[in-house]
Structures are given as C-alpha cells and as structure tokens.
Design a binder for this molecule. Sequence first.
Ligand code: UDX
Length: 422
Amino acid sequence: MKISIIGCGYVGCVTGVCFADLGHDVVLVDVDPAKVRAITAGQSPIYEPGLEDLIRKNRDRISATTDLRVAVGSTDITFVAVGTPSREDGAIDLSYILTACEEIGQALKEKEAFHTVIIKSTVFPGTTKEMAGPVLERGSGKMAGKDFGLGSNPEFLREGSAVRDCLSPDRIVIGADDPRTAGILGDLYAPVGAAVLVTPVTTAEMIKYTSNAVLAAKISLANEIGNLCKRLGVDSREVFTVVGMDGRVSPAFFRTGIGFGGSCFPKDVRALIAGARAHGEDLKILRAVLEVNEEQPKRLLSLLQRHIPDLQGKTIGVLGLAFKPDTDDVRESRAIPVVADLLAAGARVVAYDPAAMENFRRVFPQVTYAPAPDEVLEADAVLILTEWGEFEGLDYRGRIVIDGRRLEKAKDEAAVYEGVCW
Ligand code: UDX
C-alpha cells in the first residue's frame, strides 16, 4: 500500500518507518525542511534506538517531502501524526491537526481514487468525527465514510522501545465507522500478526486516553502506597511484586519513585481531565494521580535535606535528566522540578546523562554538565533521577545517595542511602 504520514515527530517517524519495514511505500511529510533532509539522507530526525538502522534498511521504500498535497495525491492512505500542544487549561490545541486536515481536504478535492484518512495523533474522544471529519468534508466537497475513509488508529509506542512496540504490539486498535476503512486498516496491519480490535472511531480515541490514564494511575497509586511503606519500614518493591502476581493486576507500571514524566502521561491525563470537565464530569481520581506525581519529586528534596539541611553553596550531583532511560527526551522529566528546587535552595548542580544533557541545557543553562559521571559522584550528595543501565556500573561507596529510581547497586553500596518509597 502507498502511505503518507503527516508529521515527522516521534509518532509519525516511527510509524512511517515501521510501515516501510512491513513492505509498504511510505512518504513522510513535515513542514520542517531539516527533518525532510535528514530522512532523505537516511538519518533519523529523532533519538530512538534502532530507528536509523530501519530507515537505512528500507531506504528505497521511504521518501520525505514538505509538499503535503503531492504526498496525499500519490498515496492511498494518509495518517495524521502532527503535534497537539497543551493549552493553558490542560486541553490540547488542535490547530495543527485541523490545518493538516484542511490541506488534505484540498488534495482530496483533486483526487479521483478512494482515499483513507486516519488520525494517529492522540485526541480527545469525538475529535475525529466531530472536528477532523467536517474539515476534511468542507475542503474536499466529499463525504466521510462514503467518498473517503475516515478513522482513528491510536499508537501505544513507548520512547526507547518504539520500534519494538510498533512491530510487535500487544494489540492494534482500529477505530472505523465504515467497513471499508476497517478493511483497509486491517490489511495494512495484517503482516504484524498482532490482535486487531475494530471499534467505533470515538471508542478508539477513548481507549488511548484510558490506557494512559490507567497506567499513570497505577504509578501514582504505587507511589502513594510506597510513601506509606517507607514510613513503616516496608519494602514497596516486595509489596508490588507480590500484588502484581495477581492475574487481575499485572506487575507492570508499579515501579515506585519520583513519578512519571514524558510527552504522554502528564499531558494526556490533563487533557482527559480538561475534556471531561467540558462535558460536566469531574475526574477526581485522575486529579489525585497528577497531584501525587507533583509531590514525589519534592519528597526527594526533603530526604536530601535530612542529611544536608542547608543546601546553600553545596554541590549536588544529579545522575539522569531524561524522563526515563534510553531517550534524550526531557519533556515533563521529574528532573526538572528537582533541579529547579535545588537551584532555588542555593545549591550548585553538576549533572550527567548519557543522552539528554543538550536538551536539559536548554531549560537549565546554569547547571554544570559533566562529560562523565565521575564528577557527579564527587559532589556532596548524589541524586539518581533516571535509571539508565550504565548507572549500575558506578562506584557509590562512601557517597550520600538519594535515589528516585531505586538502583540496587547504589542501595547496596552507598554510605548513606535514601529512596523515595523504600
Ligand atoms: C507512554 C505509554 O507507555 C505509551 O503506551 C504511550 O503511547 C505514550 O506514553 P512513554 O511516555 O514513552 O510511553 O514512557 P513509559 O515507559 O510509559 O514511562 C512513562 C513515565 O512513567 C516515565 O517517566 C517512567 O519513568 C515512569 N514510570 C513508568 C514509573 O515511574 N513507574 C513505572 O512503573 C513505569
């Protein structure tokens, strides 16, 4: 099949390259010529393990352009994977999606062959049908579900393992209100060999938000119980390992610590709360999920101050700035509030991260970025904020370590060790 993907961000890039790997011809579209140039040169415009290799491997099936109309005109199916920035009230800004749909509509006006448009970006339930559809219809003069296909196909990619998640997913969700769109998407994904669930369009959108809300809630619930475990001298990891063995629960996403960050969980939970509010529903549990997540990094600071009450003039080492390992992404990283609090308390911060220092430097130019972890370990105390594998190989003996991610080696070796929930 011939596929165009609008938006070469994280989701668009990974999805497009994986479709090419499944044997489809893919045109990636972005307004940023630098991204288009990178892809054309066989380079990945984003940091994601394995992606560049896959681009090179499938080079003859991947092209990139800034010309949306030509891309739509020359393909059978278009995925919209543009950004949805957060608005002040937590709801998402749909302007990129709607602009893309306007242009796709124009392209469809001139096109005779049947075309399918799929919204891949995460949007509040109802958006595809009630907003994207009418814009496409107006632009093209055609009817959704009849003259062109319209559907929703949410992604469940985790940064750092996105290629694996895309090629071997737990399930594929196809939101389609007409059988033709459902059939086209079903054929497209057939080579993946995963379970395919076909639902109404709005249900697919709801599944995506619910999925992230449940996972985020698991983490905050684990953290809240973990905080109590710490007070009682109980090992929260032992508790959640055993609780997770209950088949009704699953052990995943019970890792306690300084909480969740990234481009999805905080934003999607906020957007769900804001969207629900507009529909007259107050999502109280999800509000608490965010509240717990904001408090966890503060606990790390209080633990540090148990050992160094006055941080003024002290050097504090920070290991890990990315919101999780194997990514250079610092969006909503828990390192942001921790470093902000350290600086506000007058500490000098020396930080090391294997991939995210450049991105973090844009937020905090006043931090000292160490080329290797040794300098960080020399500080008055060391905070562990991301559980990168390479931190397991460091020597923590004689150090004061305050750990937000539970690194066993640091726990065993440090002279003084404090964990947030254990
Ligand atoms: C997430 C979802 O997993 C994915 O399905 C969705 O499409 C996008 O959002 P991602 O943001 O890449 O993916 O990261 P993920 O691995 O889910 O971790 C998110 C955050 O939660 C990280 O900051 C991580 O450190 C934290 N986390 C995760 C915990 O604190 N405890 C856990 O048990 C698991």
